[in-house]
Design a protein around this ligand. Structure first.
Ligand code: ADP
Ligand code: MG
Length: 491
């Protein structure tokens, strides 16, 4: 893993450990607070649509360097614009993905939809990007943030993350540390993201049309979708949200006279994809047909197919080359700032450079992570597992993957609280990944809305390569901002 015995530990928000009695009491209260405020999920082990478990959370907020947090926030509108420009560069997307789609069937299917849509012309010129740019602080560069990835589809946890600040505020007050609250930035991710959808709904300008959420067969992360739905209805009482699977859209969806997307007789203004980003979401050709139907419709997609493709790991790898970044960012200062958040990203295409990168991975695998074109966690290969994985692939199969420098984040220590886990929780070593949300709306020529829309912090056990919250190794959290010129510095 990317942490070892020498990894420094960030200064904590409060002194730990807590006395056992106090810990038991505050944890029990915090669990109930979480359930009652919707920091919750459906159980995978004993699923019922009628009940919720609290979502795994970190009891006391984890430290994050303020300077780096503020940098990430300030960069978001630039990253939004970058991704918008990338999504609209047909030549760049086509050449960047050319090798990958020869061997990666899923990306090829997405690309085929893109190609067909291009051939017929876009029915809807506008797209909405609800993005999330993810970062780890890198200890070797003074805890400077490095981008882990950028999500352009189903960027999740904006809803629950918004509830985490009040939850941890409650805990800190219970523990007699109200003075710590001022170092916890407020988080309006839910409003920011939903307002983005509503701005798209306004552009569509049909009072009866609805916002459609595309969902999985079973939504374990239900609160993180219902919050959005309820916020929209409460803030904009005239707008209705519908939830449908791709299978249902295939069954009930059709295009109207002007290519409006109709579900029965209901017209859809905006489509928000919370599914459709992994092969399992397309069990048959019917779901692919549904995706194509939506892409050819007049509805404004979040994301549209070109935005989806712009979020692939392969595109991220291509963008990390300064000569490529230049194509999309004119301002030299912005160029420099964005360039700094990229860590080494390497192509494994079947050419001279790709083959040299392959050799490098075999020589020093401990420096890298190997990533396929997938979203949703659990797909990457780490460190010493890389050579075997690479050797099992043919030369062309490698081009479905990219290689990335491992980022070495600092540790923090705290209590991770999970449904069903032993009480009281034990102090564990953890690592936090910061996500910044962004909203960008526009067409090929213009951007009409572009803003930063809140944040989320996901914290995992330091021993885990990945920290999927539902998968069991990660927990929701929010940042406690520390400064390098505080009395004790970061550590
Ligand atoms: P996914 O699309 O599956 O979320 P990510 O690129 O975000 O893929 O990788 C999943 C997880 O793997 C991240 O949340 C992070 O914990 C870990 N990870 C990814 N890239 C790196 C890296 N370069 N260095 C260290 N950890 C990484
Ligand atoms: Mg990720």
């Amino acid at each position: 893993m990317s942490v070892d015995d020498n990894t420094p530990v960030l200064r904590g928000c409060i002194k730990l450990p807590l006395a056992t009695d106090e810990l038991l009491e505050v944890t029990a209260k915090a669990k109930d607070y979480a359930i009652m405020h919707g920091a919750a999920m459906r159980s995978k082990t004993s699923f019922s649509p009628d009940s919720l478990n609290f979502a795994p959370f970190v009891l006391v907020p984890s430290s994050f360097p303020r300077k780096e947090f503020e940098k990430a926030i300030a960069l978001q509108p630039i990253i939004n614009r970058l991704m918008h420009n990338v999504a609209h560069d047909e030549e760049f997307i086509t050449t960047t993905l050319a090798e990958t789609i020869k061997v990666d069937e899923f990306t090829a299917n997405l690309f085929n939809i893109y190609r067909k849509v291009l051939a017929h012309g876009f029915t809807q010129a506008y797209s909405v990007g609800l993005l999330r740019s993810d970062y780890l602080a890198h200890v070797y560069e003074g805890c400077a943030i490095k981008q882990v990835e950028i999500n352009t589809i189903a960027s999740s946890f904006g809803g629950i993350a918004t509830q985490l600040v009040p939850l941890q505020n409650f805990v800190l007050r219970e523990l007699g540390h109200a003075e710590k609250l001022q170092r916890m930035p407020k988080n309006d991710a839910l409003a920011g993201l939903c307002d983005g959808m509503v701005k798209a709904w306004d552009i569509y300008a049909k009072p009866q049309a609805v916002i459609l959420f595309i969902i999985e067969e079973v939504s374990y992360n239900i609160c993180d979708q219902r919050f959005h739905e309820f916020y929209i209805r409460e803030t904009y009482p005239h707008i209705k949200v519908l939830r449908r699977t791709l299978t249902e859209v295939h069954r009930d969806g059709k295009l109207g006279q002007h290519k409006e997307l109709l579900l029965g007789s209901t017209e859809v203004a905006v489509i928000y994809f919370r599914a459709g980003y992994e092969p399992g979401h397309y069990p048959s050709q019917g779901e692919w047909d549904a995706r194509y139907l939506m892409e050819t419709s007049l509805a404004i997609k979040c994301p549209s197919i070109h935005y989806h493709l712009a979020g692939t790991k392969k595109v991220q790898q291509a963008l990390a080359q300064p000569s490529v970044l230049e194509r999309f960012i004119n301002d030299p200062e912005e160029m420099k700032a964005v360039g700094k958040i990229f860590t080494g990203l390497y192509s494994l295409d079947d050419n001279e450079a790709g083959n040299a990168n392959y050799e490098m991975a075999l020589r020093t695998p401990e420096k890298f992570v190997l990533k396929p074109q997938r979203e949703g966690g659990g797909n990457n290969v780490y460190g010493l597992d890389i050579p075997d994985a690479l050797k099992r692939m043919s030369r062309v199969e490698r081009s479905a993957w990219i290689l990335m420098d491992l980022i070495h984040p600092p540790l923090s220590q705290g209590y991770m609280v999970r449904p069903g886990s032993a009480m009281p929780p034990q102090i564990v070593d953890m690592v936090s990944e910061l996500g910044i949300f962004g909203v960008v709306i526009g067409d090929a020529e213009h951007i009409v809305h572009n803003y930063q829309a809140g944040h989320m912090l996901r914290t995992k056990l330091s021993t885990a390569n990945e920290g999927g919250v539902a998968a069991g190794l990660g927990a929701l959290d929010s940042p406690y901002l520390i400064d390098s010129d505080d009395e004790d510095g970061y550590f």
